[in-house]
Design a protein around this ligand. Structure first.
Ligand SMILES: C[C@@](CO)(OP(=O)(O)O)[C@H](O)COP(=O)(O)OP(=O)(O)OC[C@H]1O[C@@H](n2ccc(N)nc2=O)[C@H](O)[C@@H]1O
Ligand SMILES: Nc1ncnc2c1ncn2[C@@H]1O[C@H](COP(=O)(O)OP(=O)(O)O)[C@@H](O)[C@H]1O
Length: 295
């Protein structure tokens, strides 16, 4: 029996605007991270020594490159903690899908080991640590559906309408670095503001107006499978790319509607249905076993 079991939820980028590029090559974004109630699962077991080992199941990644291992190692280095752990990954999320599987695994590792090793880092400190592993890690550490700026790490929690998302998983992996490095990417969207939305639900009407993903035209032109998935889903509802892809999604009022459309997808296509949530399932689970420290 593991000492701790935690989910690592997926995210969608309900929209993604690219405002420009920084000198270090990173892009300035405005995006809305919607957390989902579906994801990977991580089991943690404490070790008597300081060794970190990861059983990544079918995921074929060298240990030193696995974001789970890297997160655990970083936490050890940052805190001087001498604890060790055996971590088992149950992978449900597709790789290179733009739904943040690797980043969420890293965040769940930081949250879980901070608890098990009793490091007592605050969420702010863990988010800063997570930023070293990837621009998407902080939102999973903070664990709230959020409006994001900067390179994706300046986060403001927002409340979204509860929707059920049908996410299609095209049969290709998209490299985030390759998309952001492509000279054809559009990088000049005008900034928008969330100020007028304070104290209001971020409703579908608002999202319709601002939805869209600046990576979508480029990714569709590079990956015909992404375009095919988007065109098919578009018959039923407005469909968008999440992150740099490859997944595309559309929102529905009920899980049954989303499931019934998924059932009509062409043979061999993969997809999933998940509900949007305001709080990360990892945080909910962690709160059930202890109190998360910090703001
Ligand atoms: C685009 C987004 C949107 O949510 O999602 P994904 O499609 O990867 O899920 C993210 O910002 C991705 O975050 P993440 O996958 O953690 O990125 P990182 O590992 O930090 O960076 C991968 C590469 O993407 C580029 N990158 C990433 C984020 C950003 N704001 N500007 C960039 O230019 C950098 O060239 C970097 O080398
Ligand atoms: N634990 C992990 N889970 C998934 N991908 C990982 C993990 N550790 C490292 N990676 C690497 O990160 C890459 C992108 O990860 P992933 O989070 O699945 O994509 P995206 O950011 O597009 O959602 C993968 O192709 C893989 O090489």
């Amino acid at each position: 029996m593991p000492d701790l079991q935690l989910p690592a939820p997926a995210k969608l980028n309900l929209f993604l605007r690219i405002l420009g590029r920084r000198e270090d090559g990173y892009h300035r974004l405005q995006t809305l991270f919607q957390l989902l109630d579906f994801g990977d699962q991580l089991d943690f077991e404490l070790r008597a020594n300081s060794e970190i080992s990861v059983d990544a199941g079918s995921l074929q990644i060298p240990l030193q490159e696995n974001l789970i291992y890297r997160a655990a190692h970083l936490l050890q280095q940052r805190t001087g903690c001498t604890g060790g752990a055996y971590i088992r990954l149950h992978k449900n999320l597709p790789l290179g899908g733009g739904i943040g599987g690797g980043s969420s695994d890293a965040a769940t590792t930081l949250l879980g080991l901070n608890q098990l090793w009793q490091c007592h880092l605050t969420l702010n400190e863990l988010a800063q640590l997570g930023r070293q592993l990837g621009a998407d890690v902080p939102v999973f550490v903070r664990g709230r559906t959020a409006w994001a700026e900067g390179i994706g790490e300046v986060l403001t929690p927002v409340v979204t309408e509860t929707r059920h998302y049908l996410v299609l998983v095209p049969d290709c992996q998209v490299s985030t670095a390759a998309v952001f490095g492509d000279p054809r990417l559009t990088r000049d969207s005008a900034p928008i503001t969330l100020a007028h939305l304070r104290d209001r639900w971020l409703d579908s009407e608002w999202l319709e107006e601002y939805s869209g993903n600046d990576c979508q035209p480029l990714v569709e032109s590079l990956y015909p499978a992404v375009r095919a998935a988007k065109d098919w889903l578009q018959q039923f509802a407005r469909a968008h790319l999440t992150g740099t892809g490859a997944c595309v999604f559309a929102a529905f009022d009920s899980a049954q509607t989303a499931e019934s459309i998924l059932a009509k997808a062409p043979a061999g296509w993969r997809g999933l249905v998940a509900a949007g949530v305001q709080e990360s399932p990892a945080h909910r689970q962690l709160k059930a076993v202890s109190k998360i420290t910090g703001a």
